[in-house]
Ligand binder design. Structure first.
Ligand code: NAP
Length: 474
């Protein structure tokens, strides 16, 4: 398989100062050595993006749109190849990887359509003394930092709106999964993105080098997806130059099953909400909050469905649950389960780390009480803690007892009751009687410590635009 492994700066593939090994977490073997950027490379990427901004920001929206549309078409045509790269470096199963590529490509299509639709405003001032003109302009050089769990979609969800808006970008992927990002950069190059508009770096020392870039006055915008902990650090770093920031951070999604829910539907939805991406999703259902009267039926059926999943390397035929991204991440999951059991949790399924070199962890179901520590942690793996409640008020209280607020799930056969519950839950997104609601055409984002700003939908492009007001004497 042909893999890109060099840095991409100012329209050229360049060698770095060193290399970083990328491993296949299913086997622990090294797949590729990717070039790492030194300080000079990071600076060159900022210079390239800064220079290219002068022309890209003035390029006709229709031209920007057509390049993004071409990138969408190339991604779809090469979806199998791209999905293999995702699965190899991330560990997720091929079907999840293919689903991610399709979802990722859709951000290019959606923002190709949005590029030519940015609205403006022209009004008479209420006092009658002038005209109010409101327009939107691209912010400038944008640094995009992405996590390992969706190495394709988190990149396109930022690159799409940035390019549509007229911004130039520097993409920095997670160290575990740079190969997918590089493959996307190569697609953008083939789609006709002019030199300097998109740049790729993988700093040899992430923290200090990103900090230096955030203090470079030519960088005006930071779009970050990752953990709340790193997000907090980057918000502090961004304060010095008062950068525009978008923060898509961690989650601790409640999956609420009310007592009138159709349990078979709830189990099917729970499988999607929990197990898409092997549980390594910010949107993954992290706490199953189930009405006492239906808890036994739900737990039995859910554990049966979870237990039927085939745990195997992502590219193996029939694999339904792949490896975690690394042994370190897998061990974090195992530690959270051990702590949950120590605190009185009862294992219904799984909970034992398999032998071998791969970063595997089995589908696990554990019933816990309200005080169990696992309910306060983002598990990021195939583990489903179930806690019970009496009455809708207690369900809402449990759902809201977290610092996070990204997404929630509600199951009920009474739509009015489900909507009332959805409105009372503190999260940026709520899924009613569905296990997945992520959609490039919808605003994705969280409240509380799950982040700031929205990606996708009509809102996504504004993360890369400044509003400008021009007052005109008439
Ligand atoms: P992470 O540890 O926060 O890393 C995310 C990115 O930040 C990586 O590229 C990482 O680079 C970089 N980074 C780490 N420390 C940094 C620093 N001091 N300065 C600048 N960059 C730094 O998160 P992760 O483990 O990759 O991803 C999992 C997290 O992402 C979960 O919490 C999940 O909920 C969240 N997530 C949120 C969304 C959303 O839309 N809300 C979507 C997906 C994932 P290195 O790899 O080089 O350290």
């Amino acid at each position: 398989m042909q893999l890109k492994t060099d840095l991409y700066i100012d329209g050229a593939w360049v060698k770095g100062d060193g290399t970083l090994p990328v491993t296949d977490p299913s086997t622990g073997s090294v797949i590729a050595e990717v070039a790492t950027a030194g300080e000079a490379h990071c600076d060159a990427a900022v210079t390239a993006a800064h220079n290219a901004f002068k022309t890209w920001s003035k390029t006709a929206p229709r031209v920007r749109s057509e390049i993004l549309r071409k990138a969408f078409e190339l991604m779809i045509a090469e979806a199998d190849h791209l999905a293999k790269i995702v699965s190899m470096e991330n560990g997720k199963v091929f079907s999840d990887a293919k689903g991610e590529i399709t979802y990722a490509a859709e951000f290019f299509r959606w923002f190709a359509e949005e590029a030519v639709r940015t609205p403006g405003d022209y009004r008479q001032a209420p006092s009658g003394d002038k005209r109010i003109l409101v327009t939107h302009q691209p912010i400038g050089v944008s640094l995009l930092i992405t996590p390992w769990n969706f190495p394709a979609a988190m990149a396109t969800r930022k690159i799409g709106p940035a390019l549509a808006a007229g911004c130039t970008v520097i993409l920095k992927p997670a160290s575990e999964t740079p190969l997918t990002a590089l493959a996307i950069i190569e697609i953008l190059e083939r789609a006709g993105v002019p030199k300097g508009v998109v740049n790729f770096i993988l700093p040899s020392k992430t923290g200090p080098m990103i900090s230096k870039m955030l203090h470079d006055p030519r960088v005006r915008n930071l779009s970050f997806t990752g953990s709340t902990e790193v997000g907090r650090t980057l918000l502090k770093e961004s304060a010095d130059n008062v950068l525009r920031t978008s923060m898509e951070l961690g989650g601790n999604a409640p999956f609420v099953v009310l007592d009138d829910a159709n349990i078979d539907d709830a189990v099917a939805g729970a499988m999607l909400a929990k197990m898409r991406n092997g549980g390594a999703a910010c949107t993954a259902a992290n706490r199953f909050i189930v009405a006492k009267s239906v808890a036994e039926e739900f737990t039995t059926k859910f554990a049966k469905a979870m237990g039927a999943l085939k745990l195997a390397p992502g590219l193996e035929d029939g694999a339904q649950l792949g490896a975690s991204v690394s042994i370190k991440e897998r061990n974090k999951i195992a530690d959270l389960v051990s702590a949950a059991v120590k605190a009185g949790g009862k294992l219904i399924l799984g909970g034992t780390t398999p032998e071998g070199a791969g970063a595997f962890y089995p589908a696990t179901v554990v019933t816990v009480d309200k005080a169990n520590p696992i309910l306060n942690n983002e598990v990021f793996g195939p583990v489903a803690p179930i806690v019970t409640f009496d009455g809708d008020a207690e369900a809402i209280e449990l759902a809201n007892s977290t610092e996070y607020g990204l997404i929630s799930y509600v199951y009920s056969s009474d739509l009015k009751r489900a909507i009332k519950t959805a409105e009372a839950i503190e999260s940026g997104m709520v899924a009613i009687n569905r296990g997945v609601i992520s959609d490039p055409a919808a605003p994705f984002g969280g409240v509380k410590q799950s982040g700031l700003g929205r990606e996708g939908g009509f809102a996504g492009i504004y993360e890369f635009l400044e509003t400008k007001y021009i007052g005109v004497e008439i």
